[in-house]
Design a protein around this ligand. Structure first.
Ligand SMILES: Cc1cc2nc3c(=O)[nH]c(=O)nc-3n(C[C@H](O)[C@H](O)[C@H](O)COP(=O)(O)OP(=O)(O)OC[C@H]3O[C@@H](n4cnc5c(N)ncnc54)[C@H](O)[C@@H]3O)c2cc1C
Ligand code: SF4
Length: 484
């Protein structure tokens, strides 16, 4: 949003509760990232049983994109339509794929997305990627051939990395997903969005500045100011327009904290849906091991299998997606079962190939964000649509065994996996059944937009980032063409 609006004459203030992630050796240190949780927020949220937990989320310039794996997918065309799933209906979006397609194209250019057209059986209609795909390593090339021999259609994962192979570019290392890029070669919102926007004199960034609440005019139809705690001091900032982009959990929390006489159950909440319909994907990490076959691949995250995205096997329901993952580090594995020594884990993971299996969860009003009296966030989430995910995990295990792996193991963070949080302020045409309109403007508040993962009416089963960016560019275009 900030970058797209920065070319106009609007004066833009970006308010970020965190700071810049420092460029330091720890960026790529698995112990710092996984054991000391150096970059993760220390904040505690409460789950549906009232137990505290530390969410896997990051408050810093660029948000969670700073730590993402940069897999930048367009939603499939079918994701925009109503789809019957095992556990219920995945609702239609108020816009279709064709509406977002030109903005996907712009977002892919902005985020330097690399990929290959024509390999993926679920690919929506599209032109060429702006950059060629990241090549598979020798080991992954062999796996791709063997997957094809199984009758599957492996495709190149669309990835955002900057200038691989060039002197100042991405070195295709094994510390990408979950790590900040030490050399700023990852496509993420700090590098591709905020820093270029900051080159413009009309853009100001406040770091360590947390939006506490939004204040409306007496009639409640317009936001007039935001209360912001900056470096420990409270201040009030007035503006013509407000764009909330705090992430799906924190944007909902901000609107709930902004309750007033005119909006007693939270700002923009006449539908009663603010904070509800939280989704996060069902995700399981899997590894195939072979004791005598060391995995020599460094950058492993290049392969996708979408054969079961829309249906089956053995069922008419969608199952989801399989992606190769970044390499697991011994330290990461040791966190799951700490009594096994690190050397054993290192030996183990050096013979493993890592995969992520991801399925769609469905919007349910019982899955929701609320704010406790003391200000803490409560996240109630009971995963649904679990059977298709289990089916996909089983199918993936079968595929991995057919690839020759002796042992297949799996791990899931279950209902505490907040990485793909979305859906808490869904967009739609009916103000009774959605919080935002199709251009992400609050139905109830004329100058309030929310542009982040909150607007998703369904979670689909591909990574959400590119869709958030594409919609942000679309909303920015709308705002620029409707200046006050
Ligand atoms: C380890 C990891 C890997 C991932 N991999 C991928 C991937 O490969 N592909 C993909 O598409 N997605 C991936 N994701 C998910 C992706 O990062 C998120 O979907 C995306 O960042 C969501 O964007 P957002 O704008 O909704 O929220 P965020 O990125 O969370 O940004 C919200 C921003 O708002 C700030 N903020 C919050 N509250 C306030 C407040 N009250 N006042 C001021 N500022 C506030 C935060 O500090 C943050 O900067 C991954 C996520 C993680 C954690
Ligand atoms: S160098 Fe490339 S692979 Fe390594 S963290 Fe940076 S962007 Fe990711």
């Amino acid at each position: 949003m900030a970058r797209a609006l920065s070319d106009s004459d609007a004066r833009i203030l970006v308010v970020e509760r965190g700071d810049f992630v420092p460029q330091e050796d720890e960026n790529w240190n698995p112990s710092a990232v996984w054991r000391q949780l150096r970059y993760q927020t220390p904040e505690q949220w409460i789950d549906d049983r009232g137990q505290s937990f530390r969410p896997y989320t990051h408050y810093n310039v660029g948000g969670n994109t700073k730590f993402w794996g940069s897999v930048l997918y367009r939603l499939r065309r079918e994701d925009f339509q109503e789809t019957q799933h095992f556990d219920g209906v995945s609702p239609a979006w108020p816009i279709d794929y064709e509406t977002l397609a030109p903005y996907y194209e712009r977002a892919e250019r902005m985020y330097h997305v690399r990929g290959e057209v024509g390999e993926d059986p679920t690919e929506p209609p599209r032109g060429p990627f702006p950059y060629p795909p990241v090549p598979h390593s020798a080991g992954m090339s062999e796996i791709v051939l063997k997957l094809r021999a199984q009758g599957l259609h492996p495709s190149a994962l669309p990835l955002g990395v900057l200038r691989p192979g060039e002197p100042d570019g991405c070195i295709l290392c094994n510390t990408c997903n979950s790590f900040a890029c030490r050399i700023h070669a990852k496509s993420e919102a700090d590098i591709c969005g905020i820093r270029p926007a900051m080159q413009r004199p009309n853009v100001t960034l406040w770091t360590n500045a947390r939006a506490e609440r939004l204040i409306t005019d007496p009639a409640g139809g317009k936001v007039v100011a935001a209360d912001i705690e900056r470096d420990g001091r409270m201040m009030r900032v007035e503006a013509e327009r407000f764009v909330v982009s705090c992430g799906a959990v924190n944007s909902a929390a901000l609107l709930l904290r902004s309750a007033s006489d005119r909006h007693p159950s939270g700002l923009a909440n006449s539908s009663g849906l603010v904070g509800k319909r939280y989704m996060a994907h069902l995700a399981t990490m899997m590894q195939g091991f072979h004791p005598f076959r060391p995995n020599l691949t460094v950058f492993q995250k290049t392969v996708a299998i979408n054969d079961f995205y829309l249906r089956g096997p053995g069922t008419t329901y969608p199952l989801g997606q399989i992606q190769s993952q970044g390499r697991t580090h011994g330290v990461m594995a040791q966190i799951v079962v700490p009594w096994i020594p690190l050397w054993a884990y290192d030996a183990w993971v050096s013979r493993g190939v890592d995969w992520l299996v991801m399925s769609e969860d469905l919007p349910s009003e019982d899955n929701r964000v609320t704010v406790e009296r003391d200000g803490r966030i409560r996240l109630e989430y009971r995963p649904n649509n679990v059977a298709p995910h289990r089916h996909l995990v089983k199918e993936t295990a079968r595929i991995l065994r057919r690839l020759g792996f002796w042992l297949v193991v799996k791990h899931s963070h279950g209902n505490r996996n907040t990485t793909h949080q979305c859906g808490t302020l869904c967009f739609g045409t009916d103000p009774r059944a959605s919080v935002l309109d199709p251009l992400c403007r609050a139905h109830d508040v004329e100058n309030l937009f929310v542009v982040d993962a909150s607007f998703f009416p369904s979670s689909a089963a591909v990574n959400p980032g590119l869709t958030i960016a594409a919609q942000a560019l679309r909303v920015a275009d709308h705002i620029l063409s409707h200046k006050p």
